[in-house]
Design a protein around this ligand. Structure first.
Ligand code: GDP
Ligand code: MG
Length: 596
């Protein structure tokens, strides 16, 4: 295809504003799939993605579009929609010249609308505002146009669409052709192709998703990954329509995938540049950085015999997920397991669910934590990704924790409530501005650890569901943090150790032992629970001994009740870990998070 007839674009939106539905309509309208082949949200392929309505991997679909007798090649690159994957999104946007910014006509501009818009502008993309869901009775496109002006876009250029009813789709396609520039790039130069995603295919090996920036790629070429120098012979090149279709080459400006008998996605890092071994480019494309896990958690098999299977499962998942890291770890409480690193909580959730659902492994997951940078008295600087390994206070000069810049958009009525929440979470106020006459945007610096668990739920409940939220990593800052240990039956249970701010430590310790008292079932003996900081006990509770006649009561009478009781115990056992001589249920390990 002539370079001037190619358009590469993405669709960006706040969650639920209709990105997937619009993608479906574009695919259907251009005839890539017939109506009969269409399934809703055709690009969200993995089951889990469909169920949760999220996209984890980027997708690329080639569409043929006829406009006034002229044939265009449109490449739609669909990006992951969650903040955990911001880096992946930024690479996918780097592969485009333009973006459709979808805004719900009834909801208006939300936090992720803005975050995505800024990301698109950072990459110099042409942004086409699309006001979607104009069929809704409470749609207010004029108000949305005004909001668009407020955030620096031309509201009059917005296209009015109902993705659901198929209104305005041709206008959107025409705007893509007319407003978005064709790819530039040197067709005669040495190959430079940007990797924006990759996935593992058990027959072909890794499929590497690329946008050719300069030069061309043909079957049989020997390629080199510029970040690590690894070389492979290209066995197949293809494009998604949306089903994979083989092609003989990808030219300058085109988007597609290649296979080269690559065994793991670890070799194919998102953001890296592919070049030809025979005629390598001098410089790689800008912006590459290796994936950085932000959140860590201990993964332990409930049944110790499943350790090997857990390792195999993690290795398999890693084949398709370059951002997942894991290392063997031993816990005095939980035995042999792994400390795994994730891009964020959603990423952790997805991996945990896949381990349980697809690999059938019952897991104990310890409360996730961030990574701390610790300056030691002996001059060393270390990274601590497991609270139990935080050195004793006497050895530490300073602890730094990761912080994010958070943007919260809320109706003005709730500004006070949002500020209160941010304050409780150790937020540092940065800015307040207005999106329109009724809605404001608050900007805070917040510790990542403070928003990891229920910040979003709290925000929603305190604003009656009206606030939206987005954040970006913004570095490390010093904080007055301490390690809080939990002792059960006199022994420190390493898996329960957490890092907390000194001001919250006492309250947190108190609340934790109370919570554990309720969660740990009665044993045959009395079990003391203690919270301690630096060896000093700050709170204590007791799980009282079990009454011996719990089962005895059932004898002679109600057999089914007894069976039920035993089955319930067995069921519970699956999720229990015996620590010392005390049975602790899985919920207890997560309870740490839920305690205010
Ligand atoms: P995404 O999260 O941005 O991908 O949003 P989806 O495409 O999954 O859409 C979210 C919800 O909005 C779904 O229930 C869609 O059926 C609905 N939706 C999408 N577009 C429209 C539209 O034009 N009109 C109406 N009424 N609903 C829509
Ligand atoms: Mg979607």
């Amino acid at each position: 295809m002539k370079q001037s007839d190619i358009r590469n674009f993405s669709i960006i939106a706040h969650i639920d504003h209709g990105k997937s539905t619009l993608a479906d309509r574009l695919i259907e309208t251009t005839g890539a799939l017939t109506k009969r082949e269409m399934a809703p949200q055709v690009l969200d392929s993995m089951d889990l993605e469909r169920e949760r309505g999220i996209t984890i991997k980027a997708q690329a679909v080639r569409l043929d579009y006829q406009s006034q007798g002229h044939l265009y090649e449109l490449n739609l690159i669909d990006t992951p929609g969650h903040v955990d994957f911001t880096y992946e999104v930024s690479r996918a946007l780097q592969a485009c010249e333009g973006a459709l910014l979808v805004i719900d006509a009834a909801q208006g501009v939300e936090a992720q609308t803005l975050a995505n818009l800024y990301l698109a502008l950072e990459h110099d993309l042409t942004v086409i505002p699309v006001i979607n869901k104009i069929d809704l009775p409470n749609a207010d496109p004029d108000r949305v146009r005004e909001e668009l002006i407020e955030i620096g876009l031309d509201g009059t250029e917005a296209i009015l669409v109902s993705a659901k009813q198929g209104i305005g789709i041709a206008e959107a396609l025409d705007a893509i052709v007319e407003r978005i520039a064709p790819p530039r790039g040197d067709s005669q130069g040495p190959l430079r192709a940007l990797i924006f995603d990759s996935r593992f295919d058990s027959y072909k090996g890794v499929l590497v998703y690329i946008r050719v920036v300069d030069g061309a790629l043909k079957v049989g070429d020997r390629v080199r990954f510029m970040a690590n120098g690894a070389e492979f012979d290209v066995t197949e090149i293809g494009v998604f329509r949306p089903h994979p279709v083989a092609v003989s080459e990808l030219q300058t400006g085109e988007v597609g995938f290649f296979a080269a008998a690559i065994k793991t996605v670890q070799d194919t890092r998102v953001g890296d540049t592919v070049t030809l071994a025979a005629n390598p480019a001098k410089e790689s494309l800008p912006g590459y950085r290796p994936a950085q896990p932000m959140v860590f958690s201990g993964l332990y098999p409930v049944d110790t015999n499943e350790y090997g299977r857990l390792r195999e499962a993690l290795e398999k998942l890693q084949l398709n997920d370059a951002a997942l890291t894991f290392e063997p770890e031993t816990s005095a409480a939980l035995g042999f397991g792994f400390r795994a690193g994730f891009l964020g909580l959603l990423h952790l959730d997805v991996i945990q669910e896949r381990l349980e659902r697809e690999y059938n492994i019952s897991l104990i997951t310890t409360a996730p934590n961030v990574v701390y940078q610790v300056q030691l008295v002996n001059g060393e600087q270390i990274r601590v990704d497991n609270p139990a390994l935080m050195p004793v206070a006497g050895d530490i000069v300073e602890i730094q924790e990761p912080v994010v810049t958070a943007s919260i958009i809320t109706p003005s009525d709730y500004i006070g409530a949002v500020m209160e929440l941010a304050q409780e979470r150790r937020g540092v106020y940065k800015d307040l501005s207005y999106i329109d006459s009724q809605r404001a945007m608050l900007t805070y610096q917040l510790p990542l650890a403070e928003i990891m668990y229920d910040f979003f739920d709290q925000l929603k409940s305190r604003t009656r569901g009206y606030a939206s939220f987005d954040y970006q990593w913004s570095g490390y800052v010093p904080a007055d943090l301490v390690r809080l240990d939990i002792l059960i039956n006199g022994e420190v249970v390493d898996a329960f150790s957490i890092i907390v701010h000194r001001d919250k430590a006492y309250h947190r310790g108190r609340a934790l032992v109370e919570k554990l008292r309720d969660l740990i079932p009665r044993q045959l003996f009395e079990v003391p629970l203690q919270a301690s900081i630096g060896g000093r006990v700050i709170a204590r509770e007791t799980v009282r001994a079990m009454r011996k006649d719990v089962l005895a009561k059932c004898y002679g009478g109600d057999i089914s009740r007894k069976r039920k009781l035993l089955e319930k115990q067995k069921e519970g056992k699956k999720r229990m870990k015996s620590v010392g001589s005390v049975d602790i249920p899985q919920e207890a390990f997560m309870a740490i998070l839920r305690v205010e």
